[in-house]
Design a protein around this ligand. Structure first.
Ligand SMILES: Cc1ncc(COP(=O)(O)O)c(C=O)c1O
Length: 391
């Protein structure tokens, strides 16, 4: 069996990557150790490079429709989660955030409210507000270092705002929670009772950590499957974000039609051929690579946990059940907003996502992307804890 070496350094500078080549454009100083945006510093499975090479060697890149093999590969990947998907439910889109925006346009009118649970991945807010809709925030509860859902408050938010759409993040970015089947069932009950469509963003589904199980929202029961949109992609799992391809799965024919109409209204009709080639290759041939990657990431998690406990006990790593994003509660330092930014960037020399980007509930937290070589994680931890020691 081929062994993949995730410790091998990968120099991404000069590849136009957002993470390594966009500091000046994004108002950051050069030289920061970059661990913000959620892509990985690892090369993709060799079989994916091979599949792309083969397609590139054909040397013609005309308009292309999604083909059966791509759909079958998505169907078989979803079967890993006990979900029987019909091939025609799959709508490829240029990204999950694009799909969230399309859902907002398809299923609501300008001025309508859309429910989200902050702190949450900031494009959730953007796709609502930039389409002239209102955010109805039902913040997650945070107690004893763990996030949970206040179901009464969620239902109250839905009823008071009149929202008919809920953007759910499962697994939750940045809180790291993987919602249990029971929690999802309660969400489904509330959604059905209040006639709400649920868009479940499951882009991080494959990073479920040992001891946990990912439940696809649509597998709860047939009734909720008919009222939801599930967003999946190989992009996060296999590091294909630049190929801008995702698989949006919509079991209900009418919801699918309305969603596609919204998409076609933007002039977006056909997917990127290389994105589909790579997606198919990942789902067919990437399972072993992913299994080894996840083991490696466990080592990174263990390092962060033990190093922070020893060198910066004021920082609390929120236990992640999925994703490769470490969400760290720094509030014991007493630094918020600009003061926390100054510590992280000016003193520690790190470029991270600061918690307040995810909503005011995230202020005082930081998010570190652990999908990188262990030596880089160690360097970041040393820079961070040294800066705190100098405070
Ligand atoms: C929850 C979540 N959804 C969507 C995305 C991005 O998806 P895409 O690049 O397909 O738009 C991310 C990336 O970090 C994410 O964390």
């Amino acid at each position: 069996m081929e062994r993949y070496d995730f410790d091998a350094p990968v120099d991404r500078r000069g590849s136009h990557s957002m993470k390594f080549d966009a500091a000046a454009a994004m108002g950051k100083r050069e030289g920061l150790l970059s661990m913000w945006v959620a892509d990985m510093d690892f090369t993709v499975p060799p079989a994916v490079v091979e599949a792309l090479h083969q397609r590139v060697d054909h040397a013609v890149f005309g308009y292309t429709n999604p083909w059966d093999g791509y759909r079958e590969a998505v169907v078989s990947w979803m079967a890993r989660y006990g979900w029987q998907v019909s091939p025609n439910w799959i709508v490829p889109t240029p990204g999950v955030v694009f799909a969230l925006a399309m859902a907002v346009r398809a299923f609501t009118e300008p001025g309508d409210a859309v429910v989200i649970q902050r702190p949450v991945y900031y494009p959730f807010t953007n796709v609502i507000e930039r389409n002239g809709r209102r955010v109805a925030n039902a913040p997650l509860a945070y107690q004893d270092g763990i996030y949970s859902i206040d179901f009464d408050a969620l239902e109250q938010t839905i009823q008071e705002s009149g929202a008919k759409l809920f953007l759910l993040c499962n697994p939750h970015n940045p809180g790291g929670r993987l919602w249990t089947r029971d929690e999802l069932a309660r969400i489904a009950e509330i959604a059905l009772r209040n006639d709400v469509i649920v868009v479940s963003d499951e882009i991080h589904m494959d990073f479920v950590r040992p001891g946990y199980e990912h439940t696809v929202f649509a597998t709860l029961d047939d009734q909720i499957a008919q009222r939801c949109v599930v967003c999946t992609a190989a992009s996060k799992t296999f590091n294909l974000a630049g190929l801008e391809t995702s698989n949006i799965i919509i079991p209900n024919g009418e919801l699918r039609r309305v969603f596609k109409d919204a998409m076609h209204a933007t002039g977006t009709n056909r997917p990127n051929v290389l994105g589909l080639v790579a997606t198919e290759a990942c789902y067919r041939q990437g399972a072993e690579w992913l299994a080894q990657l996840k083991k490696y990431l466990e080592g990174n998690w263990a390092l962060v946990e033990s190093y922070l406990a020893e060198h910066a006990p004021q920082l609390h790593l929120v236990p992640a059940q999925s994703t490769y994003l470490a969400w760290v509660d720094c509030r014991e330092l007493g630094l918020y907003g600009e003061d926390l930014r100054a510590l992280i960037e000016d003193e520690a020399g790190l470029w991270l996502d600061l918690g307040d980007m995810f909503g005011p509930e995230g202020d005082g937290f930081i998010r570190l992307n652990l999908a990188t070589q262990r030596a880089t994680v160690q360097r970041a931890l040393t820079q961070l804890t040294d800066a705190i020691a100098r405070m």
